[in-house]
Write a protein that binds this ligand. Structure first.
Ligand code: F1P
Length: 347
C-alpha cells in the first residue's frame, strides 16, 4: 500500500487537469455536476469522493450503483461529468451504465481505472490510470486506495478550476498526500494488535460496522472486505442510523467495529457508541492517536498513529483491510480466491 500511493504521486508536481488526459481542462470548465458510476469496492471509493468533491470543490455529486443505474429512467443533466471507476475496466454493469448515461446525452466522460488497455478507457474521453499494479486477490485493496488517491487529485483539480483552491491549500494538500506512504506504513505496524482482534472475529458469524461522514463509505468497504474473504456476515451503517433499526441486532454477541477519527463528528459518534454499549454490544474502535476515547469493559481501542484530516479514509481503510485479512486467515478461508467471486465481472 505505501508503495502504490508513492507511485501515484510520482511526477505530480502540482494540480493540473492534464493528469486526467488531453482536453481535460476544457471538459472540467464546462461541467457543474458529477455523476459517479461503479460497482462493489469501486462504488465505495466513489461514495467517499462525493464527500470530498462537495465539501472542497462545491460541485454536487451523485453516486450510483452501476448495475441499478443502467436500468433506471433517470433525468439527465447536460453539464455533467460522468466518472466511471473500475479496477478491471471490464465490469459489464459499469460499461453498460456508461453507455446508458451517454445515451441520455451526457458526453463528458472520465474513467478512473487500473488497466490502460481496458474497454472502459477506450469508451471514455478522459482517463486516469491508477497505479495499483497487479492485484493478486479478487477483493480489491490497493485498487481502492489508489482510486481514492486519484479521486482526491480530481477533487483538487475541480476545486482549482472553480477558484476554490489557493496556492497555499494546494501545497498543503499535496504535502499531506506525499506523506501518506509513511503514514500508511505506521498503520501497517498495528498488525499485531489487529491480529488479536481478528482472533475474536473469526469466532463470530455477524459484525456491524459504523462510521460517520466520509468514513461511512469506509465502514461499507470494511464490511464488504470482511464478507468477501472471511464469509462473516457484516453490515455497515452511518452511525446515526443505528436507532432507526440496526440497534435491534445488538447483543453481547455482536462485535461493532467503529471508525472513530478525531474529526468534527466524534462527539455524535461517541453517543452512538454508548447506544451500543447500553445493549451489551462489543465495540472495536479504530480511533486516532488524539481521539478522546478510552478502552474499558466491552470497548477495545486501536489508535491510528496520525490524525489525517480529509485523507483519513485512506489510512482507516488499511486497518479494516488488515482486520478482514487476518479474520479470514484465522478461519482458514482462501484470501485471494473467495468462493463464488470473480476478479472481473464481465457478464
Ligand atoms: C468491481 C467489483 C470489485 C470486487 C470484485 C468484483 O470491479 O465489484 O470491487 O472486488 O472484484 O468486482 P471493478 O469494476 O472495480 O473491476
Amino acid at each position: 500500500q505505501p508503495r502504490v500511493i508513492g507511485d501515484t504521486l510520482e511526477g505530480v508536481t502540482g494540480i493540473m487537469p492534464e493528469l486526467f488526459g488531453d482536453g481535460a481542462y476544457a471538459v472540467f470548465k464546462q461541467i457543474d455536476r458529477v455523476l459517479i458510476l461503479a460497482c462493489g469496492t469501486s462504488y465505495y471509493s466513489g461514495l467517499t469522493a462525493k464527500y470530498w468533491i462537495e465539501s472542497v470543490a462545491k460541485i454536487p455529486v451523485n453516486v450510483e450503483i452501476a448495475s441499478e443505474y443502467r436500468y433506471r429512467d433517470s433525468v439527465p443533466h447536460p453539464n455533467t461529468l460522468v466518472v466511471t471507476i473500475s479496477q478491471s475496466g471490464e465490469t459489464a454493469d459499469t460499461l453498460a451504465a456508461l453507455k446508458h448515461a451517454r445515451g441520455l446525452g451526457m458526453e463528458h466522460t472520465l474513467t478512473i481505472c487500473n488497466v490502460a488497455t481496458s474497454a472502459m478507457v477506450r469508451e471514455c474521453k478522459l482517463s486516469y490510470i491508477t497505479r495499483a499494479g497487479v492485484e493478486v486477490g479478487v477483493a480489491s485493496t490497493k485498487a481502492f486506495t489508489t482510486q481514492l488517491a486519484a479521486l482526491f487529485l480530481l477533487t483538487l483539480t475541480l476545486a482549482q478550476i472553480n477558484g476554490r483552491l489557493s496556492e497555499e491549500e494546494e501545497a498543503a494538500h499535496l504535502k499531506a498526500m506525499r506523506h501518506l506512504p509513511v503514514a500508511i506504513a505506521a498503520v501497517l505496524a498495528l498488525e499485531p494488535q489487529i491480529i488479536a482482534w481478528a482472533d475474536d472475529f473469526a469466532r463470530k458469524e455477524n459484525a456491524l460496522f459504523l462510521g460517520r461522514g466520509m468514513h461511512y463509505p469506509i465502514a461499507l468497504e470494511g464490511a464488504l472486505k470482511l464478507k468477501e474473504i472471511s464469509y462473516i456476515h457484516a453490515e455497515a451503517y452511518p452511525a446515526g442510523e443505528l436507532k432507526h433499526g440496526p440497534l435491534a441486532l445488538v447483543t453481547e454477541e455482536m462485535p461493532v467495529v467503529t471508525i472513530a477519527p478525531n474529526d468534527s463528528l466524534i462527539e455524535k459518534l461517541k453517543s452512538n457508541m454508548q447506544e451500543v454499549r447500553a445493549r451489551g454490544g462489543q465495540l472495536y474502535v479504530f480511533a486516532d492517536v488524539d481521539s478522546r476515547i478510552t478502552s474499558g469493559e466491552g470497548v477495545h481501542v486501536i489508535r491510528l498513529p496520525e490524525h489525517y484530516g480529509l485523507l483519513s479514509p485512506i489510512l482507516h481503510v488499511v486497518s479494516l483491510q488488515l482486520l478482514a485479512y487476518h479474520s479470514a486467515l484465522a478461519r482458514g478461508t482462501d484470501v485471494d480466491k473467495p468462493r463464488n467471486l470473480a476478479k472481473s465481472v464481465t457478464v
